[in-house]
Design a protein around this ligand. Structure first.
Ligand code: NOJ
Length: 509
């Protein structure tokens, strides 16, 4: 069987607002991404995922789309997008774009018409409300001037579509084709499990983002992805879709990955697991035994960066663990999603001043929750302030960068052998060499307490989550380690890749 490109791809998430600003207005843009393609190629990733760059009033950083077929002037033009795709392909990088089908912006022409009383059935309007809450805090219903309420599972500026209306289906099939015709290689589907709400909109007890409930995970949603799969399959070049699917169990997740539905889904269980060998092993076992094509992710634009998650008490420990977790992740069967800045070891910025914050989570929770701005602080490319090379011409970036970003900048780490950036480059290069020649299965090896050892044919990965150094499994060669080994032992918070003594590299069956 030919192996599809996405099966083992390393995909790099670009939160466009915060990656690189070419226009000099302090906000990242498509031309900025284009300028940095050589950096991404050099890093060794296979694909980029661009967060929404469509026309938007930015009530939720672009996840509130007012025009699904155009680029917001903040990010450039359609011409910039086309040039970016062409250049990315020249650099042998695939391009995945975000699609936001659960809700539009309240400034979308359909919603504006609905407010005037035209085509309300494209959204969810009711005379009375149920007890549903917005994921960002507060009620999920907002009253319109004529007294009806509309549903928004996120910000009030993000009204939910009514997927029981066939017009909504037709519209999104057309939007998919619009971007496929412009050469995109795939889609990341926002809130993929959310499109259908239970008939009658009953009150709920538990509305957590991940549980199957009247709010999320209704079975009708699978027909949407069957239709989308047919559209993707009709294009040449293995176009794909990855769902942002939150579920309680891997079995529920696997439903979205049936052969006629989505190619991939994010595997948030990995990202939610604590620093523990038992937790890691359980997630890995559950994943590989239930889903046909696994994905792994440690950070994204919605969660606290994993360096900080793994080491709130001690940033050094957090970085060591983050590097070790990367090696474990890259050794697992499946594809890996990286989030911009993790290759620099960026921490979460936890001390942003309230006046700088922009995330609706902060405002809707009335400041009780800090929101997600701390993982969205613009990337430091160079040492120099005011923007560390993020913006040209002395512009201030849209979120302030802490002073510590100078030391973590690309400029500072490039060419420094033990820097996190050079470690990522080595790990990605080594993976690229191996990944297609090792089996797509994993075998657990006997591991000492606190550690996890597994093998994929000739590749052995060992990670030590414990507090004492452990002996390495039998091997012929050390390929790569996340920190120096000590007297041949694997220190705590460290991972290593080894070539096994017994198995010669075997081709994929
Ligand atoms: C998930 C996106 O990743 C997040 O950033 C956004 O706020 C919500 N979906 C709503 O679109």
């Amino acid at each position: 069987m030919d192996i599809p490109w996405w099966r083992d791809a390393v995909v790099y998430e670009i939160y466009v607002r915060s990656f690189a600003d070419a226009s000099g207005d302090g906000v990242g843009d498509l031309a900025g991404v284009r300028e940095r393609l050589p950096y991404l190629r050099g890093l060794g990733v296979d694909a980029i995922w661009l967060t929404p760059f469509y026309r938007s009033p930015m009530a939720d950083g672009g996840y509130d789309v007012a025009d699904y077929r155009d680029v917001d002037p903040l990010f450039g033009t359609l011409g910039d997008f086309e040039a970016l795709v062409a250049d990315a392909h020249e650099h042998d990088l695939r391009v995945i774009v975000d699609i936001v089908p659960n809700h539009s912006s309240s400034e979308h022409p359909w919603f504006q018409a609905a407010l005037r009383g035209e085509g309300r059935d494209r959204y969810i309007f009711r005379d009375t409300v149920n007890n549903w809450q917005s994921t960002f805090g507060g009620p999920a219903w907002t009253r319109t001037p004529d007294g009806q309420y509309y549903l928004h599972l996120f910000a009030p500026g993000q009204p939910d579509f009514n997927w029981r209306n066939p017009e909504v289906h037709a519209e999104f099939l057309d939007v998919l084709r619009f971007w496929l015709d412009r050469g995109v290689d795939g889609f990341r589907i926002d809130v993929a499990m959310g499109l259908y709400k239970a008939e009658g909109l009953p009150d709920v007890g538990d509305q957590s983002f991940k549980s199957v409930s009247p709010v999320w995970g209704q079975p009708e949603v699978h027909n949407v992805y069957r239709d989308w799969r047919r559209v993707l399959d009709a294009y040449p070049g293995e176009r794909m879709a990855v769902g942002e699917v939150w579920t309680d169990s891997p079995e529920d997740l696997a439903l979205y990955l049936r052969p006629d539905e989505l190619h991939q889904s994010f595997n948030f269980a990995w990202l939610q697991a604590p620093w523990s060998p038992t937790a890691f092993k359980k997630v890995i076992d559950d994943t590989v035994s239930t889903v046909p094509f696994a994905t792994w992710v440690l950070s994204n634009h919605d969660v606290v960066r994993h360096r900080t998650r793994y080491g709130t008490a001690d940033p050094g420990t957090g970085l060591a663990r983050a590097r070790a977790a990367l090696l474990a992740m890259l050794a697992l069967p499946g594809s890996a999603y990286l989030y911009q800045g993790e290759e620099l070891g960026l921490p979460e910025v936890t001390d942003l001043p309230d006046e700088a914050r922009q995330d609706p989570v902060f405002f809707q929770s009335k400041g009780k929750l800090p929101g997600r701005d701390g993982c969205r602080v613009p990337i430091p490319w160079t040492v120099d302030p005011p923007s560390h090379g993020f913006s040209p011409g002395g512009a201030e970036p849209w979120l302030p960068q802490p002073e510590s970003f100078a030391e973590l900048s690309v400029e500072k780490q490039e060419g420094v052998a033990d820097s996190t950036l050079e470690f990522y480059r080595r790990a990605l290069a080594c993976r690229r060499e191996l990944v297609r020649s090792i089996p797509y299965t994993l075998e657990w090896l006997k591991s000492p307490e606190g550690a996890l050892f597994f093998a994929r044919g000739p590749l052995i990965c060992a990670i030590n989550c414990g507090t004492r150094p452990v002996r390495l499994p039998k091997h012929e060669e050390v390929l790569l380690s996340s920190a120096p080994l000590r007297r041949g032992l694997l220190p705590p918070d460290t991972a290593v890749w080894l070539r096994s003594a017994s198995t010669a590299p075997s081709a994929e069956e």
